[in-house]
Design a protein around this ligand. Sequence first.
Ligand SMILES: Cc1cc2nc3c(=O)[nH]c(=O)nc-3n(C[C@H](O)[C@H](O)[C@H](O)COP(=O)(O)O)c2cc1C
Length: 355
Amino acid sequence: MAEVTARVSGTMGLTAEQVRRVLRAAGRAPSVHNTQPWRFRLTESAIELHADPRRQLPVADPDGVELRMSCGAALFNLRLALSEVGVRPIVTRMPEPRHPTLLAKVRVGGAKPPTPEEAALVAAIPLRRTNRRPFADDPVSGAHRHELRSAARREGATLDIVADPERLAKLGELSARAHRRQLADPRFVAEFGLWSGETGSRGDGVSARAGGPAPAPRDPWVLRDFTGDRRPEPAGHSSFESEPLIATLTAHTAGPLGDLLAGEALQRVLLTATAHGLAVSPVSQLVELPEIRAAVRELVGTARPPQAVLRIGYGWPVVGSPRLPVEDLLLAGPEQGPGRYRCDRRDPHDRAQLW
Ligand SMILES: Cc1cc2nc3c(=O)[nH]c(=O)nc-3n(C[C@H](O)[C@H](O)[C@H](O)COP(=O)(O)O)c2cc1C
């Protein structure tokens, strides 16, 4: 695969500096294992968002659901960042059915200053982090719960808070069971190892310093160890919050489009949480294994299988994970067709041919 040298240039009447700013914001989105599976092609009239199949997780995410959700989160940031530079974005999702890696085309829909809410969400982009550390024991306020639910709703998804203690306990058991099953799969462990324990040598993967302490046996929500076996000892057997707020996120639409929309909704929820001083960590083992995901759906009673399970609370500042430079996010090539990818770090399993 030939490498492509791409430059950030003006598009849609934006200056090169505005384009860089918008793409940098998009690249700050969360992504599963910090794979950053998004690529952008700049044309005269649009910014195209493409999925990079080489960055899909073949074991944890064989169908590309989390890959598309991650790209949806980047799309939400892109929309917000455009509004910050005074552009009303018009988004066409999945514009070419025969080209499934092309997830969206974003065009200019006129000039419009950002609303106060958009400005607050844009300001939250660089502050948002996945927080895997214990949260305070204070319950999340009713007003904040309302804000989070309404954030999901505005992007075509539902955020269901699992309030019933019995259901919550059962969900915790499912989380621990799913985690054990994944750790028993050497392919999962090998894949996880490729993307965790990052100590500063690359622009992707989860930073070792972004992991939290090991949970006590009764704390089933932060089980994944991203520290590369350097997890700090638990501070005791009650280090994590005693009444965690757990919520499921479910898009109203099925299929790949639903995954993209779920990612946009996820990011709106995460940025709303950040803007209100809340911290979040996803619990993805509950949605990655089909039988567990089905059991979660039955337990919570959602209309469709949920795409994400989130632990939410009031946390303390944590370090973030690295990001790839904007230049590495650019896709060059003809406007139509699959394009060519520049990839720093090749996945051993080449997924490109699957799309
Ligand atoms: C679809 C999706 C699934 C994720 N699943 C998990 C998870 O199960 N556990 C976890 O600790 N973080 C999870 N994350 C968070 C990512 O690891 C995180 O976004 C990435 O490492 C970048 O770090 P940042 O969010 O601090 O910027 C997930 C993120 C996304 C978008």
